[in-house]
Design a protein around this ligand. Structure first.
Ligand SMILES: O=C(O)C(=O)C[C@H](O)[C@H](O)COP(=O)(O)O
Length: 214
């Protein structure tokens, strides 16, 4: 396991909600709904214009939750998310440019990998804990097990097509530290401000993780 405390928190939680925020107004109640369900980490994707403000708001107003910036694909975004208060960064892929920017920013980073070549580049850069993306589409647990043959030192956070129905298959693998997914925060629940639903999904996921880990 990585020595970074932020990665240890992702591992302890077991599930990382991947969140798309269109309206900064939902940021605080959404983060609080996750906390109420026992999830104390949140990955805010930079897919929408409101993402940076949402990240900043959660980092300042809900300090109990670990703020992770997602969809970071350019070096320029790294300094922006650091300034906004991100405590860790996730990317869908690996790039040397982003790797260098992450070193300069001194933030924990989970680059995305899906192939043996991706893993070689990540390992060469000393990035041993990676997002496995897109997990299901890239072959799921069978691919992950095959990658762990040549890369036994790597740990993964599978994301993409993961949900309550298959998270157990991933978490059963010793190389998996946590899984990520958008199923925890459905777009319609956010649109309806249905925070009870988000809390219920978070609770279900955490109970499943706890039962799997015994
Ligand atoms: O935005 C990013 O940074 C991504 O890399 C993609 C997300 O992690 C996946 O889209 C989540 O996958 P689902 O849980 O299947 O929705």
């Amino acid at each position: 396991m990585s020595a970074e405390p932020e990665i240890a928190r992702l591992n302890a939680c077991g599930v990382v909600p991947v969140v798309v925020i269109d309206d900064v107004e939902v940021a605080v109640p959404l983060a609080q709904a996750l906390l109420a369900g026992g999830i104390d980490v949140i990955e805010i994707t930079l897919r929408r214009p409101a993402a940076m403000a949402a990240l900043e708001t959660i980092a300042h107003k809900v300090p109990e939750i670990l703020t992770v910036a997602g969809t970071v694909v350019t070096p320029g975004q790294v300094s922006d998310v650091k300034q906004a208060g991100a405590q860790a960064v996730v990317s869908p892929g690996f790039s040397e440019l982003v790797d260098n920017a992450m070193r300069a920013a001194n933030l924990p980073w989970l680059p995305g990998v899906a192939t043996a070549s991706d893993c070689m580049r990540a390992v060469a850069a000393g990035r041993l804990t990676c997002k496995f993306f897109p997990a299901e589409q890239a072959g799921g647990t069978a691919t992950l097990k095959a990658l762990s043959g040549p890369f036994p030192q790597m740990k993964f956070c599978p994301t993409g097509g993961v949900s309550l129905t298959n998270l157990g298959d991933y978490l059963a693998l010793k190389q998996v530290i946590c899984v990520g997914g958008s199923w925890l925060v459905p777009g319609d629940a956010v649109a309806e401000r249905n925070w009870a639903k988000v809390t219920q999904l978070a609770k279900e996921a955490r109970e499943t993780v706890a039962a799997l880990r015994g």
